[in-house]
Design a protein around this ligand. Sequence first.
Ligand code: ASP
Length: 330
Amino acid sequence: MRIQVIYTGGTIGMVSSPNGLVPGADLEGWLKNLLAGTDLEGVVRLTELDKLIDSSNATPDDWEAILTALDTYRADAYVVLHGTDTMSYTAAALSYARVGKSEPVVITGSQLPLGAPGSDAGKNVMGALTAASSGKAQGVSLYFGDHLLAGNRTTKISSWGFEGFSSPTVPPLAIAGGPWHWNKTEMPGREAKSPFKNRAAYKRHDVAVIDLVPGITAERLSALVTPRPEAVIVRAFGVGNAPSDEPGFVEVLGELVRAGVPVVIASQCVQAEVVLGAYETGDVLAAAGCVGAADMTLEATYAKLVFLLSQGLTGRQIAEWMRKPIASEL
Ligand code: ASP
C-alpha cells in the first residue's frame, strides 16, 4: 500500500508571521515523527504543491491543480491537506471530476497549525490516513474531528471547533474510535462511470450566489445579477421560498431563465431539502423556470455548476443535471 499526501496550503502547515498565519511549517519532518513506529511508517509520501495557498484564495484553477497532482503521483490512496475555509468546495469539485477513479481521496486540515499547543493537526492527519488505508473509503471523503464524511455533502460549521465540519443531510461515513464504526452511505465506488468521458479542466465561471433577506427588493436583486452571470444560485428561505409579493421580484429570475441563465434555488437552512411548490412562495419560482437544489449543500451546488459550465453545458442542460447526481452529491 502506498499513500500519497498532498499539501495544498492552509492552517495545518502554517506558521506565524507579522501579518498572520502563512505556509512555511516543516510538514515533512512533522509527518515523519507522527508516523514513526506506526503501521504507516514507510507507506506515506508527502509532496507540496508549488503554490501553497490560504484556501480563501482558492479558485477552480486550484481545484484543477490538485486533480493534476492526484494524477501525477501514482498511489493506492490519497490524503489532501487543505485549508478549512473552502475545503468543502474543493471536496465537491474533486468528487465530480474523479467519478470512476478507484483510489480514494481523503481531504483534511486543521483548526490549529501543526506546531501549536493542543493542535488538532496530528489527530486529523492520522484519521485521514487511517480512512485512506482502510480499504473501505471510496470516492472523495473529508475527515475532521472524529468523523469521516462524504466530501460533497459537507459544510464548514465552525471557524474554531475541532468538529468543524458536518454533513447535515446524510450520516457520517464513519466515526473514529476503538474500533471505527462505518455506516453504509452511498458513495460513487470503483464501478461508477463518469457521464463526462473526456472531462474538460475546471475553469473559473461567473456564478452569482445571492442570499435573500426579508425586505429585499426587485431592484436590488436586479442589480445583483447585472451584468448577467452564467448561472445564479439563490439562497432562499426554508424549502425554497422567496418574497413572491414583492413587485417584479420573481420576474427578474424569470427573465434570467428566458435568457438561458440557469437559476438554482438553494436553501439558507443548513439542513435542507428544497421542494419548490410546497408553498405558493416557492411554486412561483418553479413556474418562472428556476430549478431546486434538492438537498445539495451550497458548496456542492456551486462546484457542480462550475463543473458543468466547464464541460461547456448551458441553460436547460445544466438545469437538468441539477436534478441528477454525478457523485452522490444529491
Ligand atoms: N484560512 C485557512 C485556510 O482555509 C483556514 C484553515 O486552514 O483552517 O487556508
